[in-house]
Design a protein around this ligand. Structure first.
Ligand code: PLP
Length: 431
C-alpha cells in the first residue's frame, strides 16, 4: 500500500517548489448543498445592470417585488405600535420552534376571518417568511435525491426551483397559459404526474403573472390532486390582493385533499423585512397526520421567528382594519390600470388584464424589436441603459419574451415607468 501522503506531495517536490508553500495551499471543501447556484440568474442580472445608464434620469429599480422600496403605503399602524410595544416590554425570550400558541391562534383566527377555513393551533407553524415556509414544507414532503418529482408553475417564482434544485428532486414545470388568464391546461398537468410525484405547488394570486384563479379552476386542480393522492402547496402570500374578483383560498374548497397554505407579512401587510410567515395545514380527511408531525419536527430544529414579532402578531393580524387593506389594494389596482393602459397603447407590448398581486406580466412581441435578436434580456438591458428602468425579463421566470413590471409603487412613479417604457418601445418598434 503506497503512502498516500507522500504520493500527494510528490509533484511539489519534483518541480522544486517549496513543499511548505504547497502545503499551505489548501482550502476547506463544502457540501454540494452550498454550491453556488447555476450562473443563469446572476449572469442575466449582470447583463442588464452591467452597463451604467447613459441618461441622467434617476434609476428606477423594479427588480424586486418589495412594496417598501418606493413606499406604496405606510405599514399598518397596528403593526407599528404592537411591534414597538413588544420591544419595549422586553419580549425577548426563547419561544418554541413552531411558535407560541397565542401567535398561532392569531394566524388561525386570521384565516378563519378572511378565508373561512378553520385551523387548530397544531395546524399552524410559524416561519421566517414564506421562503422559510417553502424550505420547510418541501423538506418535509420531498425525500432528497430520490426518484421524486414536484410540479411547479411556469412562469413562476424562482425560489421554488432553487430550493428543489438542492433537494435533488425532479422539477416538472407546468405551463400557465396567458390566453386563459394564466390558468393551466390540466390535461398537460395530469400527464406530468407519476408515482414519484410528491406535491403540486400552486401560486395564487401569481408572481409574476398577476393572475387570480377562478373557483372552477381551483376545484379542477383539487380534483386532479385527489385522483393522484397529492397534497397541494398553496403559496398565497398575495391572498386577498385582487382587483375585479374576490380571492378564493384553495383550502376553502378542499374537502379531502391536504392543502398547505403559505402566507405571511411580506406582501399584504407591506412588511417584507420582518421575515415573518407561516404554514397552515388544512387536512379535512385526516390524511396528513405525518405531515403535521413532520412540520413540527422540522420547525423545532431551531427556535422559530422573532419573539418580538410573535408577541405583536395578534395585533398585526387582527387589529388591522379592513379599510387599511382596501386602501392598499385600491392603490395597487390603480397602478395596474395605469400600466395596463400603457401596455395596450404601446405597439409591440400586450398583456391580459391584471387581476391581483403586485405585478403586470407583459408580453414583448420580440419580432417587432429586431434590434434585440429575440432576446428579452437584451431588451431589458437597453431599457436600463437608455431609460434607467430596471425590470426583470421573462427569462428569469422560465418564459422568455416577457417582462415583469412591479406595481407596488407610488402612483407618480408608476406613471413615470409607463412613460419611459412607452418611449423606449417607440424608439425600437419596427412595423
Ligand atoms: C414575495 C413572495 C413570497 C414571500 O416570501 P417571504 O420570504 O415571505 O418574503 C413568497 N412567494 C412568492 C410567490 C412571492 O412573490
Amino acid at each position: 500500500m503506497p503512502d498516500l501522503e507522500l504520493l500527494a506531495r510528490a509533484p511539489a517536490q519534483q518541480n522544486g517548489h517549496a513543499v511548505v508553500k504547497k502545503q499551505a495551499e489548501w482550502s476547506v471543501p463544502i457540501s454540494l448543498l452550498a454550491a453556488p447556484p447555476p450562473a443563469g440568474m446572476r449572469a442575466t442580472l449582470a447583463r442588464i445592470t452591467g452597463t451604467q445608464p447613459s441618461t441622467s434620469l434617476p434609476v428606477i429599480n423594479l427588480g424586486l417585488g418589495d412594496p417598501t422600496l418606493y413606499p406604496l403605503h405606510p405599514p399598518p399602524p397596528a403593526a407599528t405600535e404592537a411591534l414597538a410595544r413588544a420591544a419595549e416590554e422586553g419580549r425577548n425570550g426563547y419561544l418554541f420552534g413552531s411558535g407560541m400558541p397565542e401567535a398561532r391562534e392569531a394566524v388561525a383566527a386570521y384565516h378563519k376571518r378572511w378565508d373561512g377555513v378553520e385551523y387548530d393551533v397544531e395546524d399552524i407553524v410559524l416561519t421566517h417568511g414564506v421562503s422559510h415556509a417553502l424550505d420547510m414544507v418541501l423538506s418535509v414532503l420531498v425525500p432528497p435525491g430520490s426518484d421524486s418529482s414536484v410540479l411547479v408553475p411556469r412562469p413562476g417564482f424562482g425560489l421554488y426551483s432553487a430550493l428543489l434544485g438542492t433537494l435533488g428532486t425532479e422539477i416538472r414545470y407546468y405551463d400557465c397559459v396567458e390566453q386563459r388568464g394564466w390558468e393551466v391546461d390540466l390535461e398537460d398537468m395530469e400527464a406530468m404526474v407519476d408515482v414519484g410525484t410528491r406535491c403540486i405547488i400552486l401560486t395564487n394570486p401569481s408572481n409574476p403573472c398577476g393572475s387570480n384563479y377562478a373557483p372552477s379552476f381551483l376545484h379542477a386542480v383539487i380534483a386532479l390532486a385527489e385522483r393522484h393522492r397529492l397534497p397541494i402547496i398553496a403559496d398565497e402570500i398575495y391572498g386577498h390582493m385582487t382587483f375585479s374578483a374576490p380571492f378564493v383560498p384553495l383550502a376553502s374548497l378542499s374537502t379531502s385533499v391536504p392543502v398547505l397554505t403559505l402566507s405571511g407579512l411580506s406582501k399584504r401587510f407591506l412588511l417584507p423585512g420582518r421575515r415573518f410567515g407561516w404554514v397552515a395545514l388544512h387536512d379535512p380527511a385526516g390524511r396528513a397526520g405525518a405531515v403535521r408531525a413532520g412540520l413540527h419536527t422540522w420547525a423545532n430544529r431551531f427556535f422559530g421567528p422573532s419573539s418580538v414579532d410573535q408577541h405583536a402578531l395578534p395585533a398585526i393580524l387582527l387589529d388591522t382594519p379592513d379599510s387599511w387593506f382596501a386602501d392598499v389594494v385600491k392603490k395597487v389596482q390603480r397602478n395596474a390600470e395605469i400600466t395596463y393602459d400603457v401596455v395596450i397603447a404601446t405597439p409591440g407590448l400586450s398583456c391580459v388584464r391584471p387581476e391581483g398581486a403586485l405585478y403586470v406580466f407583459v408580453k414583448i412581441d420580440m419580432t417587432r424589436f429586431p434590434a434585440f435578436g429575440g432576446d428579452d434580456t437584451a431588451w431589458c438591458a437597453a431599457l436600463y441603459k437608455e431609460e434607467a428602468v430596471f425590470l426583470m425579463p421573462g427569462a428569469l421566470f422560465g418564459t422568455p419574451g416577457y417582462v415583469r413590471i412591479v406595481i407596488g409603487v407610488p402612483q407618480d412613479l408608476m406613471r413615470e415607468v409607463g412613460a419611459r417604457v412607452a418611449r423606449f418601445c417607440a424608439r425600437y418598434y419596427q412595423v
